[in-house]
Design a protein around this ligand. Sequence first.
Ligand SMILES: [Zn+2]
Length: 75
Amino acid sequence: MPESFDVHDHRHQMKQLNKSSDTELYENRDGLACPVCTAAFNRLFVLRGDGKQFPENDGARFCLLNQDAVYLFRH
Ligand SMILES: [Zn+2]
C-alpha cells in the first residue's frame, strides 16, 4: 500500500508551476520520492475538482475522475 502524500508537508521542496480553481501542478525540486514506487518523481499534478479532460497533445486524450482527490506523479 503506497504511503500517503500531503502537498503541505512538502510544499517547500516543490515549485508550483500552475494553479487553477481545481488543479495544481508542481515540479519536484528536491528529489522527493514517489509514494507509489519510491523513485524520485519529476512533476506532481493534483486534481481537486470532479474531473478533468486532457487534450490530445502527445497521445490519446485521457480523462481523470476524482472521487476524493487525485495525485498523479509523473517520472
Ligand atoms: Zn512512482
